[in-house]
Structures are given as C-alpha cells and as structure tokens.
Design a protein around this ligand. Structure first.
Ligand code: NDP
Length: 502
C-alpha cells in the first residue's frame, strides 16, 4: 500500500492551502493581515533562536549506553552501578567552551564532556571536561575568567592581553594552561580524547560509608591530537570537523567508546593526602591512588534532531542520584547553582520536562505551572506538601548520610602547603615527551607573543616557577631577557604583580 502523504498543517493543525503565495489584495499586493498562515510562520521564525550557552555554546551529541564491568557496591549504592553487566541509557554532549555557536571545533580550548545517565532513580549528570583539572578553584572568579576568554568589550575581538593578564594574575591556572597549550588543547576530534570529572565527588554505600572519587573516561580510540598547523588548517577548511567526525563515525557503525576508570580515596586517606584532594587545579597522582576500571561508555545512536536533542540538552552537576553526592570542592559548589540557573534562563522553568532532559522514571513532585508546562501538570492531585490526599512522599533512605562541617564562616583565602606550580612542572618534566614539550613551547609563544610585553614577562616567570627550563624556553621563544624572567620568578606573586603592573 502506498504511504499516505501527510497534509501540511499550521501549528494548530489546520490544513495549509498554499505555502508559496502570500494572500494579497490585488496583484502584486499589498499583503492582507488576514493571511494568518504567513503571520504564524513569520512569528515563529522570529523566535527560532534561544539564548546560546554563555560557555560550551558549540557542541555535538550522541546517544548510547553505560555498562558496569566491576562490582563497586562497596563504594556506592547508586542503582545504575549496582550490578556487573547493568546497562543505562546515556546522552553525551561534547563541546568547546569559549567560542560562540558558530565557532570552529578545532579551536584551542578545553572540550566539554557532559553525560546524562537516565537511571531508574532519576537522571545523573556528569559534566566533565577533557582535562583532569581546571583554571580556577573558586567560582567567584568564573565570570571574570570567561570574560577574558571571550571578546574585548570595546573591539569585540579576542584579546590576547586580557587572556594572559588574567591567567598570569591567577597562577592557580598554570596546570590547566599547560594542558591547554599542549596538543591536548586541540584534540583531533571528540572521539579521540578522554573525559574527566575533574572535581572530586562523594560516593556512599548502603551502610552510609563514604569515599572520595574521581572519574576518568579513557578513550578506547586512543588519544589523538592536532598540532598547531593542522588545527589552523582544519579551522579554515571545515569548522565543524569534530561534529562531522562524531556524526559520521556513528552513522558508519564505528561506535566510539570509553573505559570508565575510577580513583577512590577513603576519608582517612584524604586527610593525609599530600595535595588538597578537593582542589580542582590538581590531580591525584596515579601512583598515589591507582585508577581501576568499573565500566564502559558506548555511543551508538545519532540524534534525529539537533535542536531538540543537543541544543536543548541541559546538564547540571547538581543532578545526583542516591549514592553520589558533592564534595567541598568550591568550584563544584558554584557549578551546583550555575548550571541549573543557566538552563532556567536559556530554556525556561520546565526545561527538565523536555524529552531529552526528562527522566525515564516518573516525576512526582509539587512544582506546578510556569512557562511551557508539559504533560498533565500533576492533574487535579494535591499541589502542596504535606497533604492528606495521597500525594508523593519523600523516601528517607534516598538522602546523603549526614557529614561533619567545622570552622569559621568567612571569605577564606586559599592556604595549603602545596603550591600552584609543582603539578604543572611534573607534567612538563616527567610526563611530556620531547616532541610534546616542543609543541607546548611553540603553542604558547605563538599566542603569548601578541600580549603586552609586561604580561609576557609575568606569565614567563610563572612558567619558570613550574620548571626553570619551561620558563627559559618560553622566554627565549618570546625574545625576552631570560635573566629578568628568572629574577621575576624568584619573587612572590604579589611582588611579581607589582613589578609588572606597568
Ligand atoms: P602518570 O605519570 O601516571 O600518567 C601521566 C598522565 O598524563 C596520563 O594519564 C596521560 O594520559 C596524561 N598525559 C599525557 N600527556 C598529557 C598532556 N599533554 N596533557 C595532559 N595530560 C597528559 O600521571 P601522574 O598521576 O603521576 O600525574 C603526573 C601529571 O600527569 C599530572 O601533574 C598531570 O598534569 C598529568 N595527568 C594526571 C592525571 C591524573 O589523574 N593523575 C590525568 C591526566 C594527566 P593518557 O593515559 O590518557 O595518555
């Protein structure tokens, strides 16, 4: 039987009689106000754009699943992690961070690595990056940091001086800067990169015991990066290359996958750890806390509609399930607020009910109404709690076990025996190959050379503090006086800032 042709209708379901000619008084016109089809069509078009994400605006996504491969029930009671072989539906979104929605996929930038696990106990989101650390450890600095990665308020141009000014005034950024300016700052595509939770999270088990954890999604395609010249060329030839790569790989049945490795620490171990385990600018060294494999992520289905499934996808690190909770990582604490708040602005108060964001289990709550209320809005059931009309009841077992907090409420400066330079130095000295180091220095100097001289000096001194060879090579690449950089590197950050203020 031949497939019945669908009738083109208005948004209100009435048949459209003609979609090529507006209704006019005479020929050629003017057009009549009573061409309601035209008015509806233009009115909708005028409202097609929603606010782009202030960060992570350009992205690509795919559906898939997560499968548990190890027994981790002694660490967490999360249902979706409760059994070897258990699979949970996942939606993943990869992104660049600083650019606009139309920016090139090959920009030097961290890559967002956001996962939504549709578990039987609600959605769990992991909003990670392809880097294990971040630039700043306090969310109060976040808007300023992002401003410096975007456009100058006057010229509307990317501004190298403001970029490096902020980073050199914020030396905690050095570790992430070193990763960003290695070739890992330009991954070959989204499939050939790792994803990290970056933050430390809490897992707790049925007995109420808790553990500090970090997630590492290690690519099974192998790490592959673009060098500077390749990235520049690809940006011109195909600004959407990573979006295309992901889509075409999945279309062609080459399903990308990642092994989930966990690092887990007991609270006792955390107390004694040589680094602050809640500082997002630092990793836990593998030799100190050995990662072990607990699962596998596979992406095997492309979205059918980009806007509905990728643009409207809304992830938040505040979306926990029972068995997983936050740590005291300050940046995480800020993100717990900001992501949800950004989606309320971008998508409206009922964004969680959009098909891509809606949990697979039932949503039973007392929130009602608001723009774009979907579904039956709770029908005629009670819209307040407590009630004696059979409305949903909390499950006391679902909550996080109580935990201790202590100390004074104040704006506490960050004081910790470990400095901001050692781990970046270790990456440079111990992990990078000669080729990695050559590329790192070239990537930095070809960028930093466009900043004001005094900022070049300040930032070179910071590289020097991480490793004298690192700082020396950057200084030489910028044609700076190496002795001057060395002297600056011997100063405290305060002195360094004063000396390079003008
Ligand atoms: P190891 O010496 O045990 O392993 C080195 C790690 O560095 C590997 O995970 C490797 O990732 C990763 N790596 C290699 N090249 C780069 C690069 N250019 N940029 C970022 N990461 C890279 O690590 P340690 O635990 O002893 O830590 C040493 C340093 O390694 C850290 O200061 C940190 O900069 C970096 N690192 C550490 C991680 C951790 O969680 N401990 C995670 C990632 C980086 P892969 O295996 O995928 O090749």
């Amino acid at each position: 039987m031949a497939e019945e042709k669908k009738i083109y209708t208005t948004g209100f379901g009435t048949p459209v009689d003609n979609d090529q000619n507006s209704k006019t008084a005479g020929n050629p016109g003017p057009i009549l106000m009573q061409d309601t089809h035209l008015l509806e069509k233009l009115g909708h078009f005028d409202r097609e754009r929603i606010p782009e994400r202030v960060v992570h605006a350009k992205g690509a996504g795919a559906h898939g699943y997560f499968e548990v491969t190890a027994d981790i029930t002694k660490y967490t009671k999360a249902k979706f992690l409760s059994k070897i072989g258990k699979r949970t539906e996942v939606f993943a979104r990869f992104s660049t961070v600083g650019g606009e929605r139309g920016s090139a996929d090959a920009e030097r930038d961290p890559r967002g690595f956001a996962l939504k696990f549709y578990t039987e106990e609600g959605n769990y989101d992991m909003t990670g990056n392809n880097t294990p650390v971040f630039f700043i450890r306090d969310p109060l600095k976040f808007p300023d940091f992002i401003h410096t990665q975007k456009r100058h308020p006057g010229s509307n141009l990317k501004d190298t001086s403001m970029f490096w000014d902020f980073l050199s005034l914020t030396p905690e950024s050095l570790h992430q800067v070193t990763i960003l300016f290695s070739d890992r700052g330009t991954p070959r595509n989204f499939r050939h990169m790792n994803g990290y939770s970056s933050h430390t999270f809490k897992w707790y088990n049925e007995k109420g015991e808790y553990f500090w954890v970090k997630y590492h999604f290690k690519t099974e395609q192998g790490i592959q990066n673009l060098n500077r010249d390749e990235a520049t060329e690809i940006k011109g030839k195909d600004p959407d290359h990573a979006t295309r790569d992901l889509f075409e790989a999945i279309e062609g049945g080459k399903y990308p996958s990642w092994k989930l490795e966990m690092q887990i620490m007991t609270p006792k171990e955390a107390e004694k750890y040589r680094f602050d385990p809640f500082d997002v600018t630092k990793v836990w060294f593998h030799a100190d806390v050995k990662p072990f494999t607990v699962g596998r992520l596979v992406l095997n289905r492309n979205p059918k509609n980009y806007f509905a499934e990728v643009e409207q996808a809304a992830f938040s690190p505040a979306n926990f399930v029972s068995g997983i909770a936050a740590s005291s990582d300050k940046l995480l604490q800020g993100r717990l607020f900001s992501y949800h708040d950004a989606h309320l602005h971008r998508l409206g108060p009922n964004y969680h009910l959009l098909p891509i964001n809606r949990p697979k289990n039932a949503v039973n709550y007392y929130q009602r109404d608001g723009y774009m209320t979907y579904g039956d809005n709770g029908g005629n059931g009670p819209n307040y709690y407590p009630n004696s009309f059979g409305g949903p009841e909390p499950n006391q077992n679902a909550g996080e076990p109580p935990f201790e907090v202590s100390g004074q409420a104040a704006r506490q400066p960050y004081i910790h025996p470990n400095d901001d330079f050692f781990q970046a130095g270790e990456l440079y000295r111990r992990v990078m190959t000669d080729e990695d180091r050559d590329h790192l220095i070239g990537n930095i100097t070809t960028h930093l050379c466009n900043a004001l001289k005094r900022i070049q000096l300040r930032q070179s001194a910071i590289f020097y503090k991480a490793d004298p060879e690192y700082g020396t090579r950057v200084a030489k690449g910028l044609d700076l006086d190496v002795n001057k950089v060395k002297k600056l590197a011997e100063m405290s950050q305060e002195e360094l800032v004063k000396t390079t203020a003008k």
